[in-house]
Design a binder for this molecule. Structure first.
Ligand code: C5P
Length: 242
């Protein structure tokens, strides 16, 4: 190929998409979110009442499906048979379904085949679970972005939580936060952490290309790092490899 491939793998919520988009901008590459392809097919399965456990029907569904990733400055625009599903595929039911269908070996082979074609010319930052191990084992740069589950869950939670604007009256009264609200937040965050752990477990224990760092991947553990530190560290890794 003419230009390099940068592989970004790691568990859910580690910040792979943010990192991939950043590196793509920095180096003038395209960013490709392979998880969006699993999500798009999962959405089609949901819409057509397919189960997630049986591979053969899902495989024939896939063979009649066109999934397009359009790289944008932030993430990808995702088309499923020509329809923009970029938002819909981020919802919880699709997230869970994507995790479940992604264990099927032949379905993965179908995905990997397309992902290799997308990255064939290089000049891409490709993000997923198996890029460095299965899709591009010969990638010029491989980064495995990790973080403790509690930290990943907390970041996800804060991303999703609406920003609070206390009223002037509340400020004036310096009201202590309502204990009930604190408990609700704690439960919401715990649910996100539990869901991340469940998806990770499925990704790590599947037979076909389980989630694990490639032998030659550089592991970046962001547990105690700020976003800017992660971006700077990854950028330095890429520069030293190109
Ligand atoms: O990365 P994202 O959370 O969007 O991926 C959705 C699901 O697709 C993951 O939970 C994982 O099970 C699966 N996936 C995968 N291999 C990839 C990308 C995603 O198995 N390369």
């Amino acid at each position: 190929r003419e230009r390099p491939v940068i592989a970004i793998d790691g568990p859910a919520g580690a910040g792979k998409s943010t990192l991939a988009a950043h590196l793509a901008r920095r180096f003038g590459f395209l960013n490709l979110e392979t998880g969006a392809m699993y999500r798009a097919l999962a959405l089609k399965a949901i819409e057509n009442d397919y189960g997630f456990d049986e591979e053969a029907p899902l495989l024939s569904l896939a063979s009649n499906t066109r999934i397009t990733l359009e790289p944008q400055l932030e993430g990808n625009r995702v088309l499923l048979d020509g329809t923009d599903v970029s938002r819909r595929i981020r919802e919880q039911d699709v997230t869970s379904a994507a995790s479940q269908i992604s264990i099927h070996p032949q379905l993965r082979a179908w995905m990997v085949h397309q992902q290799r074609a997308l990255g064939a010319k290089g000049g891409v930052v490709m993000e997923g679970r198996d890029i460095g191990t299965a899709v591009f084992p010969d990638a010029e740069v491989k980064i495995f972005l990790d973080a403790a589950p509690e930290v990943r869950g907390n970041r996800r939670y804060r991303q999703a939580a609406p920003v609070e604007h206390p009223t002037d009256r509340q400020n004036a009264a310096r009201q202590a936060p309502d204990p009930q609200t604190i408990e609700q937040k704690r439960l919401a965050e715990a649910a996100i952490i539990a869901e991340l752990k469940e998806r990770d477990h499925r990704d790590r224990t599947r037979v076909e290309s389980p989630l694990q760092p490639a032998a030659d991947a550089i592991i970046l553990d962001s547990t105690a790092m700020s976003l800017n530190e992660v971006l700077a560290a990854a950028e330095a890794i890429v520069r030293s490899h190109l």
